[in-house]
Write a protein that binds this ligand. Structure first.
Ligand code: FES
Length: 180
C-alpha cells in the first residue's frame, strides 16, 4: 500500500513502480486538498489500483487518505504501508496501522542543511535514538518515529520563514506593478 499526500505522492511513485516491477500487488491511496492538488494519478494507475481522496470532495472520495487507509486495513491483506506526505498525515497513518501491526515506512522531511550528517539540523528521534534523516534515512519505521519532536523542530524557523515570505511578497508585488 502506497499512501501519498500532496507532493508526497511523487515520492511514493517510484516505490510503487519498483514494487509493481517485482510483481507485488500495489494499491495507492493518494490525496490533496482539492482536484488540482492531486498528482501522479495516471502514473500510479500503471502500477496498480488507485484510490483518490480530496479534502473538499472535488475529486475522488471526499476526506483524508487516512480514512480510506483505515477501511483498507480493516479489509485486510496489507503486508506493508509506505506513507509520504505532511508530518500530520504520516503520523496519522502510522498510528492507524499500529494496531493492525502493519509495517509502515515513512519518509521524513526534517530541515536539512548540509545533507552530510555533520550539522545535525535534520536529526530525528527514532525509538528514542537520534538519527540523521539525511544519511540514516529519510525512510524510517513510522511506528518508531517521535513525530511530536519532528513537528516542533520543523517549526523552529517559522518566524524567519514568515518574515522572508512577507519580504518576498512585497518585493514581488512591487516588481510586477512596475512591469505593468
Ligand atoms: S542535514 Fe545536516 S546532518 Fe543532516
Amino acid at each position: 500500500m502506497c499512501v501519498g499526500g500532496g507532493v508526497g505522492t511523487a515520492v511514493v511513485y517510484p516505490i510503487a513502480q519498483a514494487l509493481a516491477r517485482r510483481g507485488v500487488k500495489v494499491t495507492s491511496v493518494i490525496g490533496g486538498r482539492s482536484k488540482e492538488w492531486v498528482i501522479c494519478e495516471d502514473e500510479l494507475r500503471a502500477c496498480g489500483d488507485v484510490v483518490v481522496c480530496t479534502d473538499d470532495g472535488s475529486y475522488g472520495r471526499p476526506g483524508f487518505v487516512t480514512e480510506a487507509l483505515k477501511e483498507l486495513c480493516e479489509a485486510g491483506g496489507i503486508d506493508q504501508v509506505f506513507a509520504v506526505g505532511p508530518v500530520p498525515m504520516m503520523r496519522a497513518c502510522s498510528e492507524l496501522t499500529r494496531p493492525f501491526a502493519i509495517k509502515t515506512t515513512v519518509s521524513l522531511n526534517s530541515i536539512m542543511i548540509d545533507g552530510t550528517g555533520m550539522c545535525g539540523g535534520c536529526r530525528v528521534s527514532i525509538a528514542g535514538k537520534t538519527e540523521y534523516a539525511c544519511c540514516d534515512g529519510p525512510e524510517f519505521d513510522g511506528h518508531q518515529v517521535d513525530f511530536r519532536q519532528l513537528a516542533d523542530r520543523l517549526n523552529t524557523y517559522r518566524e524567519f520563514e514568515q518574515v522572508a515570505l512577507e519580504r518576498w511578497t512585497t518585493s514581488h508585488s512591487a516588481a510586477s506593478a512596475e512591469a505593468h
